[in-house]
Design a protein around this ligand. Structure first.
Ligand SMILES: Nc1ncnc2c1ncn2[C@@H]1O[C@H](COP(=O)(O)OP(=O)(O)OP(=O)(O)O)[C@@H](O)[C@H]1O
Ligand SMILES: [Mg+2]
Length: 339
């Protein structure tokens, strides 16, 4: 038996709904998966399926209201040293409270999907990174924080960091800004790094560099990475585990080997079929045929039923959503075909 990797975070039956004038948007509708130290979990699924909302829920930065977040827990296993651990339920923490702010500063960091929103335009990159460093390191002097910021910029491959540190965000290219964002996220030495499409704004060469960098840092520091991406080549290169989401629900979840070699959910199979077969090269996810129902009006039963080519009338479109079935150790499929 291979050694079970350390569980770092457990997301258990997470639900997030937005109460809007138009109605209730069920953005996340019962998502469960675990993140492990030293492993990268790729979260994939079409636009609007709840990837970013799930990520933001972990840090409790989804705006309440309009959101309402419920579930069985988001359990963070914090290492206290000498083999001791404590389990904290992030879902029970007050979104503006001291406890979750401490987690955000010290344990879990995020690189946001929109590169421009992460840095304010009025301050230099350096000052913003230094501010983050000083916030998490009481007693550190400004000069020490500056040294540390330069070191971080160097680590993420910004050339001449001692000069670039005084640049404003608009003076950086998209790729440089992404790197600076990663530097800022790494400034607290997180146990978990959430990367929400960290390379959408950059070209392929830079993308490869940034992802290799993340991978190296992971090897070095043993952190867990939750990687949200549409790019299957990236998934195939970097993921250890994969979560496939559709309309705010897990469709399939398992190791990369499970999901690539033996995709079982009709949705996952559809995604895989929709990849243009270029010689040995995987490309981006292309939507599979059919219309995605809206999160404002979810069908009962299996949410994928309307687009499924093997759906069973009277079973899959009933009142109950399919449970997650463990078809082989660690490989879960939410589909009545396997019940
Ligand atoms: N602040 C908000 N208020 C209302 N609805 C929201 C809010 N944030 C997200 N939603 C809705 O929640 C659903 C899930 O959105 P989310 O941003 O998580 O999708 P995603 O999977 O990250 O998509 P993409 O791949 O396009 O980034 C969508 O229907 C979206 O419109
Ligand atoms: Mg998103």
């Amino acid at each position: 038996m291979p050694k079970q990797p350390d569980v770092l975070l457990e997301i258990k039956d997470l639900h997030v709904e937005f109460r809007m004038d138009e109605g209730v948007c069920k953005a996340v509708n019962g998502i469960s998966f675990n993140l492990h130290a030293g492993r990268t979990t790729a979260v994939i699924g079409e636009s609007g399926c709840g990837k970013s909302v799930t990520a933001h829920s972990i840090l409790r930065i989804v705006p309440h209201p309009p959101a309402r977040t419920t579930g069985d827990g988001i359990l963070y296993h914090r290492d206290l040293g000498n083999g001791q651990r404590e389990v904290l339920n992030l879902l029970e923490m007050h979104p503006k409270g001291k406890e979750i702010r401490e987690i955000r500063g010290n344990d879990i960091a995020i690189v946001f999907q929109e590169p421009m929103t992460s840095f304010g335009p009025m301050h230099t990159i350096g000052n913003q990174i230094m501010e983050a460093i000083l916030l998490h390191n009481e007693g550190m002097t400004k000069l020490e924080a500056r040294e540390r910021a330069i070191e971080l910029l160097q680590q993420v491959g910004i050339p001449m960091p001692e000069r670039q540190i005084d640049s404003y965000p608009h003076q950086f290219s998209g790729g440089m800004r992404q790197r600076a964002m990663i530097a800022m996220a790494l400034s607290c030495n997180p146990r978990l790094l959430i990367a929400d499409e960290p390379t959408t704004a950059v070209d392929v060469t830079i993308e490869a560099q940034i992802l290799d960098l993340l991978h190296e840092l992971q090897q070095e520091k043993g952190m867990a990475i939750m990687l949200i991406t549409h790019n299957l080549a990236i998934v195939s290169r970097l993921a250890s585990d994969i979560v496939v989401l559709y309309l705010g629900k897990n469709m399939e979840y398992g190791s990369k080997e499970h999901i690539f070699r033996n995709p079982l959910h009709p949705y996952t199979q559809g995604l895989w079929r929709s990849i243009p077969k270029l010689e040995g090269e995987l490309t981006r996810l292309v939507p599979i045929p059919g219309v995605v129902p809206t999160a404002y009006n979810l069908p009962s039963g299996c949410v994928f039923y309307d687009r499924c080519d093997v759906g069973m009338d009277g079973v899959c479109n009933g009142t109950e959503t399919p449970p997650a079935i463990e078809v082989e150790p660690g490989h879960f499929v939410s589909c009545y075909k396997y019940a």
